[in-house]
Design a protein around this ligand. Structure first.
Ligand code: ADP
Ligand code: MG
Length: 675
């Protein structure tokens, strides 16, 4: 191998100077940096670019400059390359930086003739970048073509297919068309818009080669032996000079899409049909439900009406039974009275019997009344009460009955749970009556003994009293009917009025009565009455002793002859002066004519033949305001209190003499104004 630095190389022969000048001119024609070296390693000729890029001393003779110095900007690349070529090898041309210029050069070397070696350096800066970019563009295009869901073909200007993506290749797998002509022959396209075969010259590829852009041309083509519908696109590819150099062809197979669209249409149609069917069914169901509901409501109404009628019938039958029972001895006694009128003992005896029978009937009427009359207890007629105190009293009162029952059958225990004050307002007499009925029922329900738990409490909203027994309990049917008057499961032993009374009394006190019961386990009846807020219960004061009777001048208005006569006699027996009339007209006349000595009091019935007692009350209020008025009524429900309609007091029939006397005396009514 030649050592360029060694000077004692025997083969070294320097060509003549004119040769050197010619070599220099030759190098000048090259578009790269070029230098010729003697095999001895000395520079022989160099072109202008070589002088610029390499280290060449312009003042020293070229043959005095060794390649080891001249080629320094190429690092060791230049020297090693030359050495290799000199040794007869064919080395790879390296790319190296040119000193600090930022250029990359490709260095090549070759033997020139026997004495000379040629070295060139070509500027390849940027070549790599361009190559990278074009490679990248190629890759991007491939990726794009592989992703496109359509068939894509690229042709050259002669119509040769130079690229086709995978989908395009699948279109004619047995024979890939090499040209657009072959493609046309294989496709045998039919122009759908014009309904005729498509000529080759009108094919999208040919039109694009002629410089047109083809958009969405619908064609029917033959693919794998079956007809398909495609949408074809084509566009020319042009170079910098706008000359067409090829075309891009693209087609989408609409066959699947069309099939899908048809399937979708079909499905939508079926769904719509189904929807319609569902709507129809629903309407039908709605109608059915409505009809059934109407029928159900109708039967419920029927049942309700039937139950109401049963209850009314039962009430009437009960009343009739009791009234007949009372009338029986009365009629018998009256008959006997007529025949024994001369015997004072017999008269007294029959009068006694009549009174007793009448009292029994009156008691029944009063109990039924307590159920029927649900007009509220009016303020002023009520008192502050504590339910636990009343319950205590009632338990004491019923103690003998409980003891008797306990000794006869099983022992009955009483548990009192009076946790807190249960304050309300009301008529103590009525509430005692209600509690008495509940205790009686509880004791009846425990024939083999048990426990009666009485709780009085305030639940925050109401004053409550709950009575629970461990007795036989009620079936749902009995529980539903238990409050109806005269409903009883006790046969002749029962009156069926106890719970009806409880119900009426609770309603009259603006409260409720509820039953919860489990057959075989026991029953709890709960009374809830509005709690009295803020006031201490002042417990029922016993009625005041009768005052001495002060005689009054009284006008009695009553159309019932016997009633009028009896009332007159009772009043006269108490020392009052009495006028008695049977109509409103007579009453007005009496009131007008007594202006000189006015009446102290008018007592009037409500139902009179020529008007209502309440009209008379108004008349008195206007024309004789000093006259006090008392109204007597059967069982007419009264919405308002007597006072608000102008009367001083209202009395219910049958009249109790003591009650009447107390009102006439002008004092407040005794404990119960109404019974
Ligand atoms: P009576 O006690 O005269 O039958 P009530 O109106 O007091 O009438 O009661 C009606 C019916 O309700 C009773 O016959 C009985 O069937 C049922 N009943 C009432 N209280 C109880 C109770 N504590 N336990 C079981 N059943 C009861
Ligand atoms: Mg009872």
């Amino acid at each position: 191998m030649a050592d360029p630095t060694s000077t004692d190389q025997a083969s070294n022969h320097v060509p003549a100077a004119p040769d050197q000048a010619r070599a220099g001119a030759l190098l000048e024609a090259l578009p790269v940096a070029a230098a010729l070296f003697l095999r001895s390693g000395m520079l022989y000729a160099v072109n202008t670019l070589g002088r610029e890029w390499f280290v060449v001393d312009a003042r020293a003779p070229l043959t005095s400059q060794a390649w080891s110095v001249v080629l320094l900007p190429l690092g060791s690349a230049g020297s090693s390359l030359l050495a290799a070529v000199a040794a007869g090898n064919a080395p790879v041309s390296p790319r190296v930086p040119l000193g600090r210029t930022g250029r990359i050069v490709e260095v090549r070397a070759a033997p020139f003739d026997r004495e000379l070696l040629l070295l060139t350096a070509t500027d390849v800066t940027g070549h790599d970048e361009q190559r990278t970019m074009s490679a990248r563009a190629d890759r991007e295009l491939s990726a794009l073509l592989s992703l496109t869901p359509s068939a894509v073909r690229i042709t050259d200007v002669a119509g040769r297919i130079v690229q086709a993506n995978a989908i395009a290749q699948l279109e004619h797998p047995s024979r890939a068309p090499a040209t657009v002509r072959e493609l046309w022959e294989l496709d045998a396209p039919h122009d759908i818009a014009n309904n005729r075969p498509l000529s080759f010259l009108d094919s999208p590829a040919m039109r694009a080669l002629a410089g047109h852009v083809v958009q969405r041309q619908l064609l029917e083509v033959r693919r794998l032996g079956t007809p398909c519908v495609i949408e074809a696109f084509a566009a020319p590819i042009r170079n910098d000079q706008h000359v067409v150099t090829g075309v891009v062809l693209l087609d989408c197979d609409l066959t699947d899409r069309e099939r899908l669209a048809r399937q979708l249409d079909e499905r939508e149609r079926r769904e719509a049909e189904l929807q319609e069917q569902v709507t129809h069914e629903r309407e039908h169901l709605d109608r059915l439900v409505e009809e059934r509901s109407r029928a159900l409501i109708a039967t419920q109404e029927d049942r309700l009406r039937e139950r109401r009628l049963t209850a009314v019938g039962q009430l009437a039958a009960g009343v009739m039974h009791d009234v007949n029972n009372a009338l029986n001895p009365i009629m018998a006694a009256a008959y006997l009275l007529q025949h024994h009128a001369e015997s004072p003992d017999a008269v007294r005896d029959y009068a006694d019997r009549i009174q007793k029978a009448a009292e029994i009937a009156a008691a029944t009427a009063s109990r039924v009344g307590r159920f029927i009359r649900q007009e509220p207890v009016h303020a002023g007629g009520d008192e502050a009460l504590d339910l636990s105190v009343l319950a205590d009293e009632v338990l004491d009162l019923t103690e003998p009955m409980r003891l008797r029952r306990s000794s006869e059958s099983g022992e009955i225990q009483i548990v009192r749970q009076f946790a807190s004050r249960a304050s309300t307002r009301g008529l103590p007499g009525e509430i005692r009556e209600a509690l008495l009925n509940l205790v009686q029922n509880a004791v009846d329900a425990m024939p083999d003994g048990g426990t009666l738990t009485v709780r009085a409490f305030d639940d925050g909203a109401d004053a409550c009293l709950a009575m629970r027994d461990t007795g036989v309990g009620m079936s749902a049917d009995v529980r539903e009917r238990a409050f109806e008057p005269f409903f009883t499961t006790k046969g002749a032993r029962g009156s069926g009025l106890g719970l009806a009374e409880v119900y009426g009394i609770a309603r009259r006190h603006r409260g409720t009565a509820t039953i919860s019961s489990v057959p075989g386990r026991g029953t709890e009846v709960t009374l809830r009455l509005p709690r009295a807020v803020g006031s201490e219960p002042e417990l029922a004061v016993p009625s005041v002793a009768r005052e001495a009777v002060i005689p009054k001048y009284i006008l009695v208005v009553e159309d019932h002859d016997d009633g009028r006569e009896f009332l007159r006699r009772i009043l006269q027996a108490d020392g009052h002066r009495v006028d008695a009339v049977g109509t409103c007209a007579d009453a007005r006349e009496k009131l007008a004519s007594s202006a000189a000595t006015p009446y102290d009091l008018m007592l009037t019935d409500v139902g009179l033949p020529d008007g209502s007692g309440w009209d008379l009350v108004q008349h008195v209020r206007r024309h004789a305001p000093t006259v006090r008025v008392g109204v007597l009524t059967g069982w007419e429900p009264i919405a308002d209190t007597g006072e608000s309609r102008g009367a001083e007091f209202v009395l219910r029939k049958p009249l109790r003499a003591a009650e009447l006397q107390a009102h006439i005396a002008g004092g407040s009514a005794p404990a119960s104004t109404t019974e």
